[in-house]
Ligand binder design. Structure first.
Ligand code: ATP
Ligand code: MG
Length: 253
């Protein structure tokens, strides 16, 4: 295993037991995440992307295969942003963001100050004391991303963090993430349905087959970083999108 590897998943399989028999979700998933790499995972609905995120996040034990860490050191901390924001409704926006720091033993005052800083960075400075139920979907998801980033995660797993949002909000937050990309020191695996989001943000794109899932393609994204939103208007970007679209829909036909 190379020195710059953060984690390697080797021949991961997942079968869920049910009354009707087993549901074979992951066929054989092998992948390597390098330190500081941003990888996007694209695949059909129900193919087991969230399942893989939960396995990589240590929330679910695979039925086959294993996770390997160089030197036996598990990424710490690992943060997960789920498909829905999963904020605690009884805590304010700032307290939600501060919570991981409190768990780490940081004082209430320092955690709160840090949380306010992160909310500011996401343009939510005026909403620190707001309840999650009073936030829009886009705001709630920004709070969830801030709650993950405040931990300075070594491994950041994002499961379609923008999937439930309208197209405009989605585009806006993906540009914010693009800017953050250059400031955070994390290995990121992000599940997305959006090819342009994947091309804009990631260094590498993994394409999943339908269930039971295998990785049918592992593509390097050739655009240098830092990237600008205008990248999307270039011929190179459009032709890469076309190639990826073909790979995704090619497998379904
Ligand atoms: N704990 C579980 N027990 C039984 N079946 C499960 C469990 N978790 C997931 N599944 C099943 O595994 C399959 C894959 O689910 P998963 O949520 O990983 O897919 P996904 O690729 O994330 O889908 P989507 O794109 O819709 O989010 C689904 O058929 C789902 O019903
Ligand atoms: Mg999912």
């Amino acid at each position: 295993m190379e020195n710059d590897t953060l984690l390697e998943a080797r021949h991961i399989q997942m079968t869920f037991e049910s009354k009707e028999g087993g549901l074979h979700v992951l066929e054989d998933i092998s992948l390597t995440l390098a330190k500081n790499e941003f990888v996007c995972l694209i695949g059909p609905s129900g193919s087991g992307k969230s399942t893989l995120v939960r396995i990589l996040g240590g929330l679910l034990e695979p039925t086959g295969g294993k996770l390997i860490y160089p030197g036996g050191r598990e990424p710490d901390p690992r943060a997960i942003v789920f498909q829905n924001s999963n904020l605690l409704p009884w805590l304010s926006a700032a307290d939600n963001v501060a919570l991981p720091l409190l768990v780490q033993g940081i004082s209430k005052k320092d955690a709160r100050a840090e949380a306010e800083k992160w909310l500011d960075l996401f343009g939510l400075g005026g909403f620190a004391d707001e309840w999650p139920n009073n936030l829009s979907g886009g705001m709630a998801q920004r709070v969830a991303i801030a709650r993950a980033l405040i931990q300075k995660p070594q491994l950041l797993l994002m499961d379609e963090p923008l999937g439930a949002l309208d197209a405009m909000t989605r585009e806006q937050i993906s540009l914010e993430l693009m800017a953050f990309r250059e400031r955070i020191d994390a290995t990121v695996l992000m599940v997305t349905h959006s090819i342009s989001e994947a091309l804009l943000l990631s260094d590498r794109i993994l394409i999943y087959s339908g269930r039971p899932a295998r990785i049918i393609d592992d593509m390097k994204v050739p655009f240098p970083r830092p990237r600008q939103p205008e990248l999307r208007d270039t011929i190179e970007f459009m032709s890469m999108s076309k190639i990826i679209r073909k790979k995704i829909f090619g497998q379904e036909s």
